[in-house]
Write a protein that binds this ligand. Structure first.
Ligand code: PAF
Length: 285
């Protein structure tokens, strides 16, 4: 495994692979890797000749300076995991390498970027589009892998890729969970033991939401019951829970608006730590 620090090195590695007609799988990450990331790497390894993993805590997607400052950075441990996972290249550049000058591009991401995370974290998705568009341009991946936990991010990246004409396939991968149901996230490392103990209530509430819907309750009733059950746990505070169409990410008012299966997206504060998760409601028969 080679650790690459510059865009030039990345371009050259990728162009050699391309010349040899080898497929390239890209797994963009911000490091602090866990089994969720490793499941993306494993899939990329199976489906491509060359696997590139980027590790870059992208400042332009953080709208909260404290969040950027405290974001876990564990490059050495990450590289050890990636080496074991059979990765060919780790691209771990500095901020100056990626942004030698400020990136002033504003992407027309449309309605998918305006709701939920887009509404709560102004500028976040534009920052994601900035970094992912750079990575796509430099790595020209045959396939790029993203976790379903950030389902809205996947919709935004699809939109960015369409706008920019990137041909690579965007491959969504299932959410990986701890044994108690908590969605794996780099942010989980910031939970205190007491917070870690209550955080699985989020997924329990999501599963209960599916049951509530199956009992015939309306979208709004399902939302209200879910928010109430999360907020009933001392130490958890729901920021939003929305039930949305899987493609447009727009909130639905009736189940019939998403017959192929709506998505319930939740963001919960566990102390200072902001946790996100989602669940798919079964398709309507
Ligand atoms: O999901 C993430 O870790 C980041 O948003 C990504 C896609 C690596 C872009 O910085």
């Amino acid at each position: 495994m080679e650790i690459i620090r510059t865009v030039e090195q990345l371009r050259s590695a990728v162009s050699q692979a391309r010349e040899a007609a080898r497929t390239i799988g890209l797994v963009p990450t911000m490091g602090a890797l866990h089994d969720g990331h490793l499941s993306l790497v494993e899939r990329a390894r199976k489906e491509n000749d060359v696997v590139v993993v980027s590790i870059f805590v992208n400042p332009t997607q953080f709208n909260n300076p404290d969040d950027l400052r405290t974001y876990p950075r564990t490059e050495q441990a990450d590289c050890a995991l990636l080496e074991k996972a059979g990765v060919d290249y780790v691209f771990a550049p500095s901020v100056d390498e990626i942004y030698p000058e400020p990136d002033t591009r504003v992407f027309d991401l449309g309605p998918v970027a305006e709701v939920m995370e887009g509404a709560m974290r102004p500028g976040h998705f534009n920052g994601v589009a900035q970094i992912v568009s750079k990575l796509f341009a430099w790595a020209s991946p045959t396939r790029a892998y993203f976790g379903h936990k950030d389902i809205q991010q996947i919709a935004v990246i699809r939109r960015m890729a369409a706008l920019e004409g990137f041909a690579g396939e965007i491959v969504p991968c299932p959410i990986k969970r701890e044994d108690d149901g908590l969605a794996m996230s780099s942010r989980n490392t910031r939970l205190t033991p007491a917070q870690r103990a209550i955080a699985p209530a989020i997924y329990r509430a999501l599963r209960a939401a599916v049951g509530i819907a199956q009992e015939g309750k309306s979208v709004q009733e399902t939302i209200d019951a879910t928010v109430a059950s999360v907020n009933a746990v001392d130490g958890l505070e729901t920021e939003y829970f929305q039930i949305v169409h899987p493609d447009t990410m727009q909130p639905i008012a009736e189940w019939a608006e998403a017959p192929q299966g709506a998505i319930g997206c939740i963001t919960v504060y566990c102390g200072e730590v902001r946790l996100i998760d989602n669940i798919t409601f079964p398709a309507q028969s």
